[in-house]
Design a protein around this ligand. Structure first.
Ligand SMILES: O=C(O)CCC(=O)C(=O)O
Length: 273
């Protein structure tokens, strides 16, 4: 977690009867997501693992563009995204099941949660892209909930820097139903710098946007959305990943236990189970 750059905060306090505790880096990230809507969380990977994911990202992007056609993807404004990375390379399935990530999401979302989507995101060099506009990851939703219904985890394939358009957030905006005025955004938006191998965690109701990438290289990331099991997946994950060797818990997170019954009889059979 980054510290304030404004000088040391006082450590003494008075008149306090209640205080939250955060005893390790995961609890610190969880507390900050609850309070401000965002935090940076280390995945705990070695340099070799970070480099292997970077190579896998490029290889999946290449295959995806060949399979779907770059002109066709451009016509849909889909050329800077790769949908369901884990369907193309098991390394991204393991990324979505990262221990630190699941520990944090498990503390943030009360009860069961599933992975809704996993998308590769490319912030191209010196041009706009579809994520460079303020949005929530539950778009078109205007409400405040007392506990997160969905959490976004943006894994940084590259270092996120001010120069290459690190993600902007509007702190605490998950606590207001409406998007803030231009003045409040101008004065309070922050850019989150993070290292390759870290996740930027967001409450999905937090307004955020990719920044302008002024560098000469693309800036790459893998976005995950986890949510309570009542929301349908963006693309159905069961059937689209190699599930051999997955634990029952991992399959549950991937949504295997939450497919809607096709018939009343199927529903009743599921109640029996
Ligand atoms: O690329 C970024 O910095 C932001 C990505 C994003 O907003 C998203 O995937 O929802």
């Amino acid at each position: 977690m980054t510290e304030s750059t404004l000088g040391p905060a006082p450590t003494k306090a008075y008149g306090i009867l209640q205080r939250t505790s955060a005893d390790n880096f995961i609890e610190e990230a969880v507390e900050q997501v609850r309070a401000l809507g965002y935090a940076v969380l280390d995945a705990g990977f070695t340099a070799q693992e970070v480099a292997a994911l970077s190579r896998a990202f490029d290889s999946v992007c290449k295959g995806y563009a060949l399979a779907h056609g770059i002109d066709e993807l451009k016509a849909m404004d889909e050329h800077n995204n790769v949908r369901l990375m884990m369907a193309h390379d098991g390394a991204f399935l393991r990324l979505a099941l990262n221990d630190n990530l699941l520990a944090a999401v498990g503390q943030l979302i009360a009860g069961k949660f599933i992975l809704n989507q996993q998308n590769g995101v490319v912030n191209p060099s010196q041009q706009g892209y579809n994520q460079g506009a303020w949005h929530r990851d539950l778009p078109y939703q205007h409400f405040v909930s007392s506990t997160p219904l969905a959490i976004n985890a943006l894994y940084c394939i590259d270092d996120f820097t001010v120069e290459n358009g690190a993600t902007f957030v509007l702190p605490a905006s998950h606590k207001s139903a409406a998007f803030a005025s231009p003045a409040l955004v101008r004065r309070n938006a922050l850019q989150i710098e993070a290292k390759a191998g870290q996740f930027i965690l967001l409450d999905c109701m937090m307004f955020h946007a990719g920044g302008y990438n002024a560098s000469s290289r693309v800036r790459r990331a893998v976005n995950h959305v986890f949510n309570i099991p009542y929301f349908k997946q963006q693309i159905r994950i069961p059937g689209n990943v190699d599930d051999s060797g997955l634990s029952v818990a991992a399959k549950e997170i991937l949504g295997f236990s939450y497919l809607e019954p096709a018939t009343v009889a199927d529903f009743l059979a599921s109640r029996l189970r």
